[in-house]
Ligand binder design. Structure first.
Ligand code: GLP
Length: 254
């Protein structure tokens, strides 16, 4: 567990981990694809990531960017890259455009696919074909979801299309210009199965409003009603939080 004073420093520390994960594996093989998240928590992370990569000597930066391969966690069904509120548009704004990444490098489920269930299956197959995920970044939903794995969710849930929890639609309504009515009812998400199979999982949480759900996710026994609680079983889970999010954790002195 690492506690940063605030979201900006937290973002810088998480970004530094991503830069390291972009370097080819010590064993000589290419690093496994990154698993990326969207949401407010990730904005300072991606801002810092762009800054850190741009500060590198250009040959080194180009080498790292040439090897970039990532799979985002989720996308709303019915939204595509042209929709401002889609995760595809958000990733393009935060990383794709500033870093000059090709669409094939920064992959997301296609929210406009005519058969979302089939798209989810193909997306899961693409992750498997890439050898699984390396470093997986995760935010935390107010109801304990990770990606869009809504409660109740068993640890073996695969990549799939599902109905969003009303609490999640309310949580994300502020990100839609037209409010709650515009928030799609379904989404495609990478499953807990693929998340738990990632080499390293980094759970990033900031702000007082997440303190209680973070405490429950880390301190209550793993259970379907708290999807993030299954992360306790991951052998390489790194919890990176700010002081406000950590304020209810019994194990942390601030
Ligand atoms: C969203 C996304 C997650 C995100 C989480 C937290 O609904 N599906 O991938 O990590 O909820 O969002 P935020 O960081 O905006 O609080």
């Amino acid at each position: 567990m690492e506690v940063a004073p605030g979201p900006e420093v937290l973002g810088q520390r998480v970004a530094a981990l991503v830069v390291e994960a972009l370097r080819p594996a010590a064993a000589g093989g290419p690093a496994k694809p990154l698993g990326l998240a969207t949401g407010r928590t990730m904005e300072p992370v991606y801002g810092a990531l762009v800054e850190q990569l741009q500060a590198l000597p250009s040959v080194e930066r180009q080498g790292l960017l040439a090897g970039w391969s990532s799979f985002n966690l989720d996308e709303y069904v019915g939204l595509g890259p042209e929709d401002l509120e889609s995760f595809a548009a958000s990733m393009e704004r935060c990383l794709g455009a500033p870093l000059g990444l090709a669409p094939g490098q920064l992959r997301l489920p296609d929210g406009l696919a005519p058969h979302p269930e089939r798209e989810a299956r193909h997306y899961g197959q693409a992750i498997a074909a890439a050898g699984g995920l390396g470093l997986q970044l995760l935010g935390l939903g107010n109801n304990g979801h990770v990606g869009f794995n809504e409660p109740p969710c068993p640890p073996e849930a695969p990549t799939r299309c599902l109905e969003l929890d009303p609490a999640t639609r309310r949580q994300n309504a502020g990100l839609f210009a037209a409010g709650l009515a515009a928030v799609p009812r379904r989404a495609i998400t990478v499953g807990l199965a693929e998340i738990l199979a990632a080499e390293t999982v980094v759970l990033v949480v900031s702000g007082e409003s997440k303190a209680e759900i973070l405490r429950r996710s880390l301190e209550e026994p793993p259970q379907p009603q708290l999807p993030a609680s299954w992360l306790q079983r991951h052998p390489r889970l790194k919890v990176m939080v700010d002081g406000a999010a950590a304020s209810r954790l019994g194990c942390v002195r601030i």
